[in-house]
Design a protein around this ligand. Structure first.
Ligand code: FMN
Length: 213
């Protein structure tokens, strides 16, 4: 079991369904999770997943024992200090508002403060931004965070693994986030595992062979 710890922030962007899957897989890896949710993050959990009250066991799919919940208003909580050591922070989903706050350095809640600490302490910070299209303001905010050492991982799942439904698209994104955190997982999303079969079926040579038969 892992003895690693991660900070997970949920903000008020669409894509709430990604968060329970990430929490489930981080929890099953044995990691300790420091969870922070903004009021708009809670609103989206309600609107998109029907979670009108916060039940950590439901949200983490049975891994509530791995979670320490922090109040987003309490910038004095542990993740709000640079001396709080952890193995990475993910904001999933990350709103344009939270991205902009982090890029400006003007933090006003615990998620933003914890993200600022991750950047100044050179810890891994992953912002899973969701909005489309993008204004130049958002693009420049992304560039600022990237120059400061953060990783922008927009929520835009690939379709090349032939997803059979929304859960496959969610797994695609969550696998990429776990890869960025160096957390092992068994999600079947590695192109290397698919590429041989796909290229064999799709290669012009195989078509020529078929048509010449
Ligand atoms: C139903 C709904 C969907 C939203 N979707 C998005 C979104 O996809 N991306 C985004 O940046 N903001 C979205 N917003 C707006 C944010 O919730 C709003 O900017 C809020 O201030 C974000 O606050 P937070 O970053 O503290 O969570 C949405 C709001 C609502 C009510």
């Amino acid at each position: 079991m892992s003895s690693r710890s991660f900070v997970v922030g949920i903000t008020g962007a669409s894509g709430a369904a990604y968060a329970p899957r990430l929490l489930e897989l981080l929890g099953s890896s044995g990691a300790e999770i420091h969870l922070i949710i903004t009021p708009w993050g809670r609103r989206l959990l309600k609107d998109e997943l029907g979670m009108s009250s916060l039940d950590l066991d439901v949200l983490t799919r049975g891994h509530a024992d791995r979670v320490r919940m922090h109040n987003d208003k309490d910038v004095g909580a542990a993740p709000g200090s640079g001396s709080f050591r952890h193995d990475g922070m993910v904001i999933l989903p990350c709103s344009a508002n939270t991205l902009g706050r982090i890029a400006s350095g003007m933090t006003e809640n615990l998620i933003q403060r914890a993200a600022a600490c991750a950047l100044k302490e050179r810890r891994r910070l992953i912002l899973c931004h969701r909005e489309t299209p993008l204004s130049l303001i958002e693009i420049e905010n992304m560039a600022t965070v990237t120059r400061s050492g953060g990783i922008i991982a927009p929520l835009n799942p690939g379709f090349y693994l032939a997803p059979s439904g929304i859960s496959d698209l969610i797994d695609y994104m969550v696998a990429r986030i776990l890869d960025l955190l160096d957390v092992p997982h068994s999600l079947d999303t590695n192109w290397g595992d698919h590429v041989d079969a796909v290229s064999r079926d799709a290669s012009p040579d195989s078509k020529q062979t078929e048509s010449s038969q």
